[in-house]
Design a protein around this ligand. Sequence first.
Ligand SMILES: [Zn+2]
Ligand SMILES: [Zn+2]
Length: 134
Amino acid sequence: MTPDRPRRIPTPRCVAVVGRELAIAWDDGHESYYGFDELRRTCPCAPCRADAEAAAAEGPLRLARGPAPGEISIVRWGAVGSYAIQIVWSDGHGDGIFAFDWLRGACSCDACAPRLGSRPRETPSRLRHGPRGA
Ligand SMILES: [Zn+2]
Ligand SMILES: [Zn+2]
């Protein structure tokens, strides 16, 4: 145990497309799945970010540009240095570079999701109907 060593960012041991999801097996044994549509919506490249911000500013009535859900898929991906994956989409868009630590933070599996939400966990209240004989 070396508690004061800086936390190492997990790196993908294996990246694969499974159905309409990008699956990443991390070198610490964790597995993450990212839906194509969700991943594309969160594309970190500048034009996509600008578009997402414009969409948010104009409210829900504005139709988002870009591919419709279910339309887009990943055609290939490649490592960027030792810190990120670059994804090329079926519409030719390929500027998005997804950093490993971002991807890991965006993991929505049961083990990771609870810490993403800020909802406090409710403890089920057990009504007490008076003392029961011990
Ligand atoms: Zn993009
Ligand atoms: Zn997870």
